[in-house]
Design a protein around this ligand. Sequence first.
Ligand code: DGI
Ligand code: FE
Ligand code: FE
Length: 188
Amino acid sequence: MYSEYKKILKERLDEKRYFHSLCVADEAKRLAEKIGVNTEKAYLAGLLHDITKNAPKEEHLQIFARFGIILDDVEKNALKLWHAISGSLYVEHILGINDNEIVDAIRYHTTAKENMSPLCLVLYLADFTSSDRDYPDVDVMRSLVDISFNKALVYALQYTIKDLVDQTRAIHFDTLKAFNEAVYLEDK
Ligand code: DGI
Ligand code: FE
Ligand code: FE
């Protein structure tokens, strides 16, 4: 399925990132089934979510200029956040995928945000639990996602925020707002 997109991804991504994209697509489909989200959309969002991950800095900047994107201070200083923005623009305007939910899920797959759509949440979590992932707490994340998406969201954001603090890197407001909202929901 989606052989045209896979061909483009193969050209744009290194082998590891291409494999990661296939794994996230499969995981997004699996998670989508659990909560009644359109599985084809979830697969496609997973497949394309890192499409600009291996792009050089200049290509991100070109895309931002072309579509009038102005980065905020945190984004300016965090190159790792750029591929979510440029990737969503690439998917919408260059691949011509006219699906707001898919474009939005890709846009926020790195920071998450407040009030995420079910598809957005599925993609955010699938990026943490895909079969290629191998970080110290991956087993905890995988068991949490089978219990409660919100518990898994709290854990993923907690893990990300702790890690950023340890590395003395700035935390995006979308990340913080997503964390606060997920925590409030757990406390209810
Ligand atoms: O692209 P992937 O590696 O599959 O995963 P991703 O898109 O979730 O990117 C993960 C990276 O993004 C990781 O190095 C941490 C970084 N990141 C996530 N949220 C924030 C952030 N970096 C900063 N500076 N601030 C954030 O809020
Ligand atoms: Fe990413
Ligand atoms: Fe990813």
